[in-house]
Design a protein around this ligand. Structure first.
Ligand code: SF4
Length: 244
């Protein structure tokens, strides 16, 4: 359990943070996907040499951030030696370095780095979660694993009621559209093509859906994704939040 997640919200009379805590406990103890349970625990036992002094988290990684967010950021899955080690989403790897620097620059994060669960990082009006909460081999979850995990995402969205969902990459984009499909909001994903900077024209008055390329090391090191590209989309997100 990460007490900083809902810092400032404990002990008050609002129900949502309490429900989020209950949901978080449920997520952390989940073992629905045998392949992922085996992998996340194996990685945690064997460790990477550079992190041999760490006690790896080795469990599902819950969402992190402001319990009253306007922006919900949806990633793919924890990295084996990143969030699966530190226990906080996008924490302790290069993708997180890139993402939190961008969020800090645009006022959504209190600091540009995210090193471990007790580093003081807080998010301002933003919450980050992953479509799949356990680290998958080769960063590739199976469709059945995304489906198994979808209920947690649906419940978080229902509790947090964000105004904008920012999908990091196509898998997260599709995972969010699948939530809408299962709720009957859309009939199919086909009309909503993913591209960097796209704002989907969704029916209804739910959150706006914005897409960005995933901040993976592969994307950021090859220049497919740059800090300027993220800054531009996050400024757009700010404008959408101001409109809603
Ligand atoms: S990926 Fe999701 S559903 Fe599967 S074991 Fe992890 S937390 Fe549970």
């Amino acid at each position: 359990m990460h007490d900083a997640i809902y810092e400032g919200e404990l002990g008050n009379s609002h129900e949502e943070p309490q429900r989020l805590r209950i949901l978080e406990k449920e997520i952390i103890t989940c073992r629905k996907c045998p392949r992922l349970v085996e992998y996340r625990e194996k990685v945690a036992r064997e460790k990477r040499r550079a992190f041999r002094d760490w006690t790896y988290w080795g469990r599902p990684v819950p969402g992190f951030g402001d319990p009253r967010p306007e922006l919900f950021i949806l990633g793919l899955a924890p990295a084996a030696h990143g969030a699966n080690r530190t226990g906080r989403v996008f924490t302790g790897d290069r993708s997180g370095d890139f993402l939190y620097a961008a969020l800090h620059k645009t006022g959504f994060a209190s600091q540009p780095t995210s090193l471990h669960r007790d580093d003081g990082l807080t998010l301002n009006s933003a919450f980050i979660a992953a479509a799949v909460r356990c680290a998958p081999p080769a960063n590739k979850p199976l469709p059945s694993e995304i489906l198994n995990c979808r209920g947690y995402l649906e419940r978080e969205l229902a509790l947090l009621r964000p105004k904008v969902v920012l999908a990091l990459g196509k898998i997260a984009w599709d995972a969010y559209l699948d939530v809408l499909k299962s709720q009957g909001v859309i009939a199919s994903r086909a009309k909503f093509a993913f591209a960097h900077g796209t704002v989907a024209k969704l029916p209804g008055d739910g959150p706006r859906l914005v897409g960005v390329y995933h901040p993976s090391q592969q994307n950021t090191q090859t220049g497919r994704v740059t800090a300027a590209m993220y800054a531009k989309v996050l400024r757009r997100v700010r404008r959408l939040l101001a409109e809603k």
